[in-house]
Design a binder for this molecule. Structure first.
Ligand SMILES: [Zn+2]
Length: 539
């Protein structure tokens, strides 16, 4: 009986814990989870894992400032190597990246482990109905700028980790609109636009809130985008994956949020992150696609964070392997709806261009958090000290909805004067279709008159971000030959709208693209017209 049990147990365990050659063990696995892999070690691991597999193609997303290729692994059965082959297969494409903030290392390690398990272990079935793209080390340069103090809330696990910013000094998760980082250009132009992933997953680690989950998640927020991809992610994908991870791994996952310090106990609310499409996960929503932010819990040890990230990504891939076709259909319909709205209602309906965070209608019950002692000092002042255990709280306000504070009319399209070619080129880099007028055209619509143009006092991402206040006035506009026309009746309608609207809280005005123009035209002395014209009809 004992022998039988042992055999049975061994049989159950063989797949994940099969014998592996040392070359297929990741750096943390080889070092009792004390160390994380360097760029060279990731590249060496990829060379080893490719050996003996027919289902992997390695491409490069582009080069970093220090000249490092950013590897992307395409996993497909049968093997494919181009976006055209992927499209012809009819399968959904699931793109998952690690290391956007390179001190947050577990995504990078998890994707290496999953490469091994999908290509050589017990997870080959994950390639039945989908194509998987892994980018384990997105922020290559900064991964190797190792130090003990780069991630204080990780409490020395791993002993040293890389830094957050890229080697250009940019936060790669704030660059989605302005596209100043080489990495962002590689990601958008060489992966997102040509491969068009059905689902985008961005792997991070939190910065410190002592909630009670091993990993927290967020969808791409719907705000100015189509709601259906958000609804599916929020109502079906994330709850199902969360249940499966608990059932199979005894790991608790929950909604992403921060308390910003415990100021009362029990806490009553938590807040998610901002809605702007500068965050890549949000931007995918404006592209009518699904996306997930994954945040391992910083205070757990590295082995636990790898374990929870591995469980989460595994169950996402199990889910997409089953439901990927439905997800493609939801995304395709969202794209059609966005175009139909422009065609049928362009010039008539309004959409939000600035938002504020508000609570969801439904509070969270059984919300997990570390418990806090309420402590009074000798002067009678109250403070809160964290206890060692997790408690569950009911009726907790979940601030993860967004409400428009400024709305603007959705046009049929925009005219960009010829001298603003750099704006047209920027839209093309984002994947938009822009056409050059080969003859003059007459358009009716609105111009925006900027009456107040403010630059932020403090720099953020090397920018003193701009805010334009003013009013729209009706105008008949004579577009010249050589001007650029951007119709919104195209798949990226929602993204283009958010990028070009002058009052947008994350558009090209925000990121100073029009500073020189406004200054030259004396915006500090009087009103100046925003040079991009918004048309409702064009002839
Ligand atoms: Zn992060």
């Amino acid at each position: 009986m004992k022998y039988f049990t042992l055999v049975f147990f061994t049989f159950l365990c063989i797949p994940s814990f099969a014998q592996w050659p040392i070359e297929l063990m990741t750096k943390p696995e080889r070092t009792s989870y004390q160390e994380t892999s360097t760029y060279v070690e990731v590249m060496d691991f990829i060379s080893e894992v490719k050996k003996g597999s027919n289902y992997i193609t390695q491409i490069s997303m582009g080069k970093s400032l220090e000249g490092k290729e950013i590897p992307v692994l395409i996993l497909a059965n049968p093997k494919i190597s181009t976006p055209a082959e992927a499209k012809a297969s009819g399968k959904p494409i699931i793109y998952i990246q690690g290391n956007i903030h390179s001190g947050e290392v577990e995504g990078k390690e998890t994707l290496q482990i999953l490469l091994r398990e999908i290509l050589h272990g017990d997870k080959a079935h994950l390639l039945q109905n989908q194509i998987i793209l892994f980018a384990p080390i997105y922020n290559t340069d900064s991964n190797d700028k190792l130090g003990p103090d780069n991630r204080p809330s990780q409490e020395g696990s791993p002993i040293v980790a890389g830094i957050r910013a890229s080697s250009q000094g940019l936060d790669l998760n704030r660059d989605g609109i302005k596209m100043e980082a080489l990495e962002t250009n590689g990601l958008i132009q060489n992966i997102i636009v040509p491969w068009d992933p059905t689902l985008f997953v961005d792997l991070h680690t939190t910065n410190g809130t002592w909630h009670g989950y091993s990993l927290t998640w967020a969808p791409s927020y719907h705000y100015a985008g189509e709601k259906a991809p958000y609804d599916f992610t929020w109502n079906k994908l994330l709850p199902e994956v969360t249940d499966k991870v608990l059932e199979k791994n005894d790991i608790y996952l929950g909604p992403f949020g921060d308390f910003y310090g415990v100021k009362e106990w029990p806490i009553k609310k938590f807040y998610t992150y901002n809605h702007q499409p500068r965050y890549m996960v949000n931007q995918l929503g404006l592209r009518n696609r699904m996306a997930i932010l994954s945040e391992a819990f910083a205070h757990e040890r590295l082995y636990q964070r790898i374990n929870s990230t591995h469980a989460f990504v595994t169950e996402i891939l199990e889910f997409t392997n089953k439901n990927g076709k439905d997800m493609m259909a939801i995304n395709a319909k969202a794209e059609k709806d966005a175009i139909a709205l422009v065609k049928e209602q362009g010039g008539k309906v309004k959409k939000g261009v600035r938002y504020k965070m508000v609570p969801l209608e439904k509070p969270v019950n059984k919300y997990r958090t570390y418990g806090y002692y309420t402590v009074k000092d000798k002067d009678g002042k109250t403070s809160y000290l964290r206890g060692p255990g997790i408690v569950e709280l009911d009726n907790i306000e979940n601030n993860s909805a967004f409400e428009a504070t400024v709305e603007s009319t959705l046009p049929k399209g925009y005219i960009i004067p010829a001298e603003f070619e750099f704006i047209a080129k920027h839209l093309e880099k984002q994947g938009a279709t822009v056409t050059k007028l080969d003859k003059p055209a007459r358009a009716t619509g609105e111009s925006f008159i900027v009456e107040k143009y403010t630059l932020a006092d403090r720099a953020f991402e090397k920018h003193n971000m701009a805010t334009a206040e003013g009013k729209f006035v009706p105008e008949t506009y004579r577009a010249k030959k050589g001007d650029y026309q951007v119709t919104l009746a195209q798949p990226l309608a929602n993204l283009i709208f958010y990028i070009l609207e002058p009052q947008s809280d994350d558009g090209l005005v925000t990121w100073n693209f029009f500073d020189d123009y406004f200054k030259k035209n004396g915006v500090d002395k009087g009103p100046v017209k925003y040079p991009v014209f918004k048309y409702f009809e064009i002839k």
